[in-house]
Design a protein around this ligand. Structure first.
Ligand code: SAM
Ligand code: SF4
Length: 356
């Protein structure tokens, strides 16, 4: 059989298997697409949309101190629950959602993280774990439960990244060793391994090497700019070196030079800091004690707690009545999840094209 026919057949089979595997999730996505078109775009009656995934901040504790980070204690605090209660919390989330993004703080500082992830896996969650990578060799059993791994890396320059994370010399070398070792394991089991690179004015030059590292190892490259106290740094737009990098990343995506997270359009929003509409309830942000933020973490307002109201959708509905609809804070925080929410509502097919 000619080679292109074989390739076409393999591709069709892959698409068929993807649909078969993800049918329940895809049903939810298409129902939401219809609802969002009607409620948000046509009737313009609300900006609160149903969640599609939970972002679970499993702990606020962290073993590093990245200078730009506002997601760790003591900046943020809430009670960390016992293993059994944490698993119960996930069970409540699972009644409505099947996608779980586990982050922190540093998830792997929690001694029971493997047990919690194993339970989440047993409930049928699709799990993405976001970690700084330092402790992976001590908790490698977490890999058994996850579908996708994200590790943070802003620079290949070891002394610079040690300074960014305010950690002892040798920490970045250790992170890199873990990335290569466990990245290979993820790849061998055909699960995505992503490097998340936060771009700041002092690391612009370093990002090219991080991209090359991803290309060589077949990792997915993901990026965003560093927020300053949860707010976008617009001064980057006046930095010619930064703007050249942003062009380079978007162009690399268009030319498929390496695997890059998001569509070329979403990268334009993320990196060129274009105006977008945020629909933060697309991702339910859940703190270790079960608090669910409404509408989002940067606005620092909690909508309810899953131990009092065991439904994320109900928490959003009640919070909307009490606190009002999602305010129009366009251009406030250019994070991947927020840009995704914009495209999810306004350019769904562009986003869907990423998963073809
Ligand atoms: C808060 S961390 C939690 C997970 C884990 N501790 C880690 O660093 O990968 C999740 C991601 O947020 C990024 N991040 C932290 N502070 C940020 C900021 N001010 N602006 C943009 N991204 C930030 C980190 O680099 C990391 O990739
Ligand atoms: S490792 Fe993650 S949680 Fe810890 S300080 Fe850095 S970005 Fe924040």
């Amino acid at each position: 059989m000619p080679e292109d026919r074989v390739n076409r057949r393999t591709r069709m089979r892959a698409i068929y298997n993807y649909f078969k595997r993800n049918l329940p999730f895809l049903k939810v996505v298409f129902r939401q697409y219809a609802q969002n078109n009607w409620n948000v775009r046509i009737r313009k009656s609300t900006r609160v949309i149903d969640p599609i995934s939970a972002i679970f901040y499993i702990t606020h504790r962290c073993n590093l101190e990245c200078h730009y980070c506002t997601q760790k204690s003591p900046d943020v605090t809430s009670e960390e629950l016992s293993t059994a209660k944490t698993i119960e919390l996930l069970r409540r989330i699972r009644t409505e959602l099947s996608s779980l993004y586990v982050t922190g703080g540093e998830p792997l500082v929690r001694p029971d993280v493997a047990e919690v992830l194993q339970a989440a896996h047993g409930m049928g969650f699709n799990i993405i774990l976001h970690t700084n990578g330092t402790l992976l060799d001590r908790r490698e059993e977490v890999l058994d439960s996850i579908h996708s791994l994200v590790i943070s890396l802003d620079s290949m320059n070891e002394s610079r990244f040690d300074r960014i994370t305010k950690s002892p010399a040798g920490t970045t070398r250790h992170i890199l060793e873990n990335i290569v070792r466990y990245g290979r394991q993820m790849r061998q089991s055909r699960r995505p391994m992503t490097i998340n690179c936060v771009i700041n004015s002092d690391t612009v030059d370093d990002v090219y090497d991080v991209m090359e590292f991803c290309r060589e190892n077949d990792f997915v490259f993901s990026c965003c700019t560093a927020l300053n106290n949860d707010v976008t740094q617009y001064s980057l737009l006046d930095n010619p070196k930064y703007m050249a990098l942003a062009d380079h990343i978007v162009q690399s995506k268009r030319e498929k030079r390496l695997r890059i997270n998001g569509s070329a359009e979403s990268l334009e929003y993320t990196l060129k800091l274009k105006k977008f509409n945020c629909y933060p309830t697309l991702f339910a942000r859940v703190y270790p004690n079960g608090d669910v933020f409404y509408p989002c973490v940067p606005l620092k307002t909690v909508g309810g707690n899953l131990f009092e109201t065991p439904s994320v959708k109900e928490i959003f509905a009640r919070a909307r009545k009490k606190l009002g609809d999602v305010p129009d804070c366009r251009r406030r925080c250019h994070l991947y999840s927020n840009i995704t929410s914009h495209l999810y509502v306004h350019n769904f097919w562009n986003l869907a094209g990423e998963y073809k």
